[in-house]
Design a protein around this ligand. Structure first.
Ligand code: RFL
Ligand code: PHB
Length: 400
């Protein structure tokens, strides 16, 4: 076993762990990041695509926005579609803000490139990650590297940035965490397609067959989603069926959906999950390790990076200046934003998805449909309601 020392041990090289390592380095604090997947896997994993303005500013302030500023697509609003009509919500007019399309894969690539060129301790393909002695002021991070050598890193603090299925949340003391959770009776089938987007801004669509979303990755590549049952087998969705269903749900008179080769497809179940507190002694959780939202509000990545901006400031004060006020306030500071995003994501999800099983319960189905349509008409005709959606979609409270 090789014994080492660092100031902050970071589990997970997703957007949260990588950005934390970078922000700490800017303040002269060293960290060790361990990641169970390969670098290639982390850089290719298809996930989020939409950044709030505050997230873009955070990345810019951290010196990470060179490519984002060149390649990101700024959107001043979204389309909401229902009953065969497409309505535009203009965020610039409503709240004076915009959002940016820039894929999570690209943020991860930018961060890995920066960390690697800075000579950071960033270890991919590790196994057997463990955290121990969390109640002491010298917690331990253990892992086996890609060559099979076991390491033990003595840390001042450990940051659990290891996603929903990681090891850090389960390592919190028994009985400490309060968990709020909701699983939804549907999933998203997502595709990445080699075809220019058929829209200038994202289309969120409620259809009797279920939700559909037209998003994008670049002027050349489209990203689209369909609501499907939670246990759906991707094998039941050959490419022709996917395009036919997307055409059907997204149809409006005078508009055509361009089709192209499907580069990737997958099914993602949806859940809301919030664990608190996000800290126990010298272990801090950030991002999906502490909370998950359904993707309808495009909040998961933004929340993860917002956590990290709060956590970086708290750890700099704690580790460099021996001041604990920000660390003591960390969980509560984050939870305010987390719950706002959790509510907004649940609300958008409930307004746009169709609960399965309606054939057996036509009254319930009719009630759900009419409530959704009423809410959608309200949001697209009342400036007050549209402003509420815009303010939340663009990020509330604004990050900086
Ligand atoms: P991640 O990205 O899951 O990274 C955690 C990392 O930890 C590693 N790991 C371990 N490493 C070492 N040892 C262990 N024992 C480990 N266990 C796990 C994992 O391999 C992984 O690399 O969490 P992080 O950094 O908190 O980032 C969160 C975001 O990835 C997530 O919230 C978003 O992708 C959610 N999301 C969206 N968020 C948005 O803000 N806007 C969007 O438009 C958006 N769209 C989406 C989404 C998520 C989706 N899926 C697939 C869940 C669309 C989809 C379809
Ligand atoms: C995406 O582009 O992947 C995306 C955009 C908006 C969402 C969810 C996902 O609400």
């Amino acid at each position: 076993m090789t014994r080492e020392r660092t100031q902050v041990g970071i589990v997970g090289a997703g957007p949260a762990g990588l950005l934390l390592s970078h922000l700490l380095a800017l303040a002269g604090i060293d960290s060790v990041v361990v990641e169970s997947r390969s670098r290639a896997y982390c850089e290719a994993r298809q996930r989020a695509g939409l950044l709030e303005e505050g997230t873009v500013r955070l990345l810019r302030a951290a010196g990470l926005a060179g490519r984002l500023d060149r390649e990101g697509l700024e959107h001043g609003g979204i389309y909401l579609q229902f009953s065969g009509e497409r309505h535009h919500l203009d965020f610039r007019d409503l709240v004076g803000r915009a959002v940016t399309i820039y894929a999570q894969t690209e943020i991860v690539k930018d961060l890995i490139a920066e960390r690697t060129s800075a000579g950071a301790a960033l270890h991919f393909d590790v196994s057997g990650t463990e955290v121990a002695d969390l109640g002491t002021d010298r917690p331990l991070l253990r892992y086996t590297d890609a060559s099979g050598n076991r390491h033990e890193v003595g840390c001042d603090v450990i940051a659990g940035c290891d996603g929903f299925h990681g090891i850090c949340r389960p390592a919190m003391p028994d009985g400490l965490l309060t968990v709020a959770e909701r699983a939804y009776p549907y999933a998203w089938l997502g595709i990445l397609a080699d075809v220019p987007p058929s829209t200038d801004e994202l289309i969120y669509c409620r259809h009797p067959n279920g939700f559909a979303l037209h998003s994008m990755r670049s002027p050349e590549v489209s990203r689209l989603y369909l609501q499907v049952p939670p246990d759906e087998d991707i094998e039941d969705w050959p490419d022709d069926r996917i395009w036919a269903e997307l055409r059907h749900r997204l149809e409006v008179p005078g508009w055509e959906l361009e089709e192209g080769p499907i580069l990737e497809k997958s099914v993602t179940p949806m859940r809301s999950f919030v664990a608190a507190p996000m800290r126990s002694g010298r272990l801090f959780l950030a991002g999906d390790a502490a909370h998950i939202v359904p993707p309808t509000g495009a909040k998961g990545l933004n929340l993860a990076l917002a956590d990290v901006s709060v956590l970086a400031a708290a750890l700099i004060a704690l580790v460099r200046d021996s001041r604990s006020e920000l660390a003591d306030a960390y969980s509560e500071t984050c939870q305010n934003r987390v719950w706002r995003a959790t509510h907004f994501s649940w609300w958008m999800t409930s307004m746009l998805h169709v609960t399965p099983g309606g054939d057996e319960m036509p009254d319930r189905n009719e009630m759900e449909a009419q409530l959704q349509l009423s809410q959608l008409r309200y949001v697209t005709t009342s400036r007050a309601a549209a402003t509420t959606l815009a303010e939340n979609y663009c990020g509330y409270p604004p990050l900086c």
